[in-house]
Design a protein around this ligand. Structure first.
Ligand SMILES: [Mn+2]
Length: 303
């Protein structure tokens, strides 16, 4: 089953190339299963309607679903290489496409961000926006420097990433060592509670201003599903109360896609075995992905 039955061949019209990373070895929960999320999120799309909320016909969006990267759970270095090579393979077929990764745990985002960033010519204009309940800024966690709780730190360690081009949004479960690192390195985060304090419009403006003040024009967006309020996205390993609503995140993505050029995005940490029996979290993930694609298309086509 492909995501919304999209084709699997990149051609001259392709704009978005979606792929799954079925890998959850680097999570720290005891019963991980985000590895099955890529397939589950594809599966639920067969029962979802074929227009976006704003009336775009989904089959008209130029999306290709290349399937999943070959993963051997315990082979960390090999998997990182496989993921990188998968993206090289995409760009070799068409350079100006937008890669979309469905995880897997949050560490799956690291090789994707690294590859998209490494290959991006104008690094001064490249930024990273992460939606997450957590900072994921531990230096090491659980299995070492590679963990879903260290992903933001590993991204921050990339030589073209600094506190002017990475922003973490929706945080509300920050551990003491992470807060210390964020303060020392001046890594900016907009906490979930600030959305209520500021109101949605100012919150969005804070996000956009952060990047435009740094002259960032091109953005990679990483969405950890746990940024959302767990009552609407229960199928995830670390359910932290006080998250964003679906509509708030939808509105933020809509505005961000309008103001900045999105060069890649991912959605991670959906755990289908922890979901409700009506697949609420997988449905929500599929909707968010297709809605975000439609917002980006709108910007590509009409600006
Ligand atoms: Mn995360």
């Amino acid at each position: 089953m492909k995501f919304y039955d999209f084709g699997e061949v990149i051609d001259s019209k392709s704009k978005f190339v979606l792929f799954g990373v079925p890998w959850d070895y680097l999570t720290s929960i005891k019963a991980p299963n985000s590895a099955i999320a890529p397939q589950k999120i594809r599966e639920v799309t067969k029962d979802l309607a074929l227009t976006t909320e704003m009336g775009i016909e989904i089959p008209n969006l130029e999306v290709v679903d290349l399937g999943d990267v070959q993963i051997e759970a315990l082979e960390v270095d090999k998997n990182l290489k496989e993921i990188k090579n998968f993206i090289y393979h995409i760009y070799n077929q068409k350079r100006d496409v937008i890669p979309i990764m469905i995880g897997g745990d949050h560490f799956c985002s690291f090789p994707v961000i690294q590859t998209v960033g490494d290959l991006f010519a104008d690094k001064d204009q490249f930024g990273i926006l992460i939606f997450d309940a957590h900072l994921d800024l531990y230096e090491e966690w659980d299995k070492g420097i590679y963990s879903h709780a260290t992903i933001s730190h590993r991204v921050f360690d990339l030589d073209y990433v600094n506190n002017n081009n990475i922003l973490i949004v929706g945080t509300r479960d920050i551990d003491i060592p992470e807060l210390k690192i964020a303060k020392e390195e001046k890594i900016e985060h907009l906490d979930a509670y600030q959305l209520q304090d500021y109101g949605l419009n100012r919150y969005i403006q804070e996000i956009i201003n952060f990047f435009t003040n740094s002259k960032i024009k091109f953005l990679y967006v990483s969405i950890d599903i746990d940024v959302l309020e767990p009552s609407i996205a229960p199928g995830t390993g670390f359910a932290i109360p006080g998250g964003l609503s679906y509509r708030e995140l939808w509105t933020i993505l809509r505005q961000v896609a309008n103001e900045l050029k999105i060069v890649g995005f991912d959605l991670v940490e959906v755990a289908p075995n922890l979901d409700l029996s009506n697949n609420l979290t997988s449905n929500l993930a599929a909707k968010l992905i297709i809605e975000f694609i439609s917002f980006i298309s709108n910007n590509l086509y009409f600006k």
